[in-house]
Design a protein around this ligand. Structure first.
Ligand code: SAJ
Length: 426
């Protein structure tokens, strides 16, 4: 099977790198996004999201004339759906982007085409939801066109490398569909390509992120136990991890991002009876911003009218992605507790939170602060020399939720230093 042209629907964190990588490997790619602003900015050579190396890659792809950006699909040998699957207020999966993308392909679908769903989706989405929509074309999935599910598994911050090097699972609705998917991705994937059925591939993706969520929940719960028993969780984890079969993850202000804090709910929605541990882990992680507030109160006393410099807003270090960020939840809770909050994130200096003051630089944020709160260990923040801050926030209490700073250095610079989950060094 030979796929020379490809249409990628959805130009976000996954679709854009995927479309660009295919284009720089010689495939004629049409990148489609329904957001007119994204289409316009990409056509002007601007990339609307931050990922190391992405701008250069997109420019190379567009420059080679192998990548064209449009707001509607067109005929192609293969189609990849890489749109978001967010959840709604009630944590139920919102598949409206997936169904809209599948509907958009229908008028262009031809015999022999391949359609791949990459969006993280509840089990059976490919077979029960996407196939019937595509069959509105009058063609039959499996008989007339190939259909497969192949989840993205790349880590934000390392997307370009992992896209090529990671193992890729391709689940076909039948064996020829999986094989067709392999022919397409072999264009650039150097990791192992594993073929299976569509529902197994959907479940693999959800299991990976759920497994991580449960493990982070354990770390977060251990941090609460350590505070209770006057133990330093960071010391305890370091020692426990010397055991050859133990690898405890890092506690922090909570779990964010568009994947790990969302995907486990797809299992809970689809099969609540069978997902009790998964649901509990989600609730433990969602409660962690509240634990930050409780710990801060225990360290600094009443929070009302205190001026807090909240450093870092993204859902994890060295990315600009703020989706489902626990840091934002902490800031909102501080505001509800009556604090005056100055927010600063070096990757997004324009983001606003109701009643918080957005700062464009570190100095502005820490000036006159009673509390300096580290929420995300962006390299630019962990590299801060406390001496830079001393004159701006004399006698401030430093509260580090991510173990991003060195206690001794901050104490030597005259600050009172606390760390989340450290009940020993108070
Ligand atoms: N976090 C902790 N403690 C840790 C590790 C992470 O609190 O020890 C927090 C982070 O701060 C962040 C959240 O968890 O808020 C998620 O971060 P992450 O780096 O664990 O994962 P993501 O969401 O950036 O990417 C995950 C990856 N999945 C796995 O590692 C199993 C990635 O491979 C997936 O492709 C991605 O989800 C996705 O798109 O599904």
């Amino acid at each position: 099977m030979n796929f020379e042209s490809l249409c990628v629907l959805g130009l976000g964190y996954i679709g854009l790198p995927t479309a660009s990588t295919f284009a720089t490997h010689g495939i004629q790619v049409i990148g489609v996004d329904t957001n007119a602003r994204i289409v316009e900015s990409l056509n002007n050579g601007q990339v609307h999201l931050f990922e190391p190396g992405l701008r250069t890659l997109v420019q190379a792809a567009v420059g080679s004339k192998n990548l064209t950006i449009r707001n509607t699909p067109q005929k192609a040998d293969a189609f990849i759906i890489a749109v978001p699957t967010p959840f709604k207020e009630d944590k139920l999966a919102d598949l409206s982007y997936v169904t809209a993308a599948a509907e958009a392909i229908v008028p262009y679908l031809e015999k022999g085409n391949l359609v791949i769903l990459e969006s993280t989706s509840p089990p059976r989405t490919t077979v029960d939801i996407v196939a019937p929509i595509l069959e509105k074309s009058g063609l039959t999935a499996g008989t007339d066109f190939y259909l497969a599910y192949s989840p993205e598994r790349v880590l934000p911050g390392q997307i370009l490398r992992e896209l090529i090097e990671n193992a890729r699972v391709i689940g076909g609705i039948d064996a020829p569909s999986a094989q067709a998917g392999k022919s397409l991705y072999s264009t650039f994937v150097r990791g192992e390509i594993i073929l299976t059925d569509a529902t197994t591939a959907e479940m693999v993706k959800l299991m990976e992120n759920t497994y991580r969520d449960i493990n982070i929940a354990a770390a977060n719960e251990f941090s609460r136990l350590a505070a209770r028993f006057e133990v330093d969780i960071w010391e305890a984890i370091e020692v426990a991890n010397l055991h050859p079969r133990v690898k405890i993850l890092r506690p922090g202000p909570g779990v964010g991002g568009h994947c790990i804090s969302v995907d486990p709910w797809f299992f809970v929605e689809a099969a609540p009876e069978q997902s009790q541990l998964i649901r509990t882990a989600r609730l433990v992680n969602d409660r962690q911003p509240q634990f930050v507030i409780e710990s801060l109160r225990a360290a600094a006393g009443d929070l009302k009218d205190r001026k807090v410099a909240a450093l870092g807003l993204a859902y994890k270090p060295d990315v600009d992605d703020l989706r489902e960020s626990p840091a934002i939840e902490v800031v909102k809770a501080l505001i509800s507790a009556g604090c005056q909050v100055d927010i600063f994130d070096p990757f997004d200096t324009t983001y606003t939170i109701d009643r918080a003051n957005t700062c464009t630089n570190l100095e502005q944020a820490v000036k006159g602060a009673h509390i300096i709160l580290l929420l995300v260990p962006h390299t630019q923040l962990t590299d801060i020399d406390p001496k830079q801050v001393t004159a701006l926030a004399r006698n401030a209490i430093v509260f580090d939720t991510v173990n991003g700073w060195d206690r001794t250095i901050w104490k030597d610079a005259g600050f009172t230093y606390y760390r989340l989950g450290d009940g020993k060094n108070r």
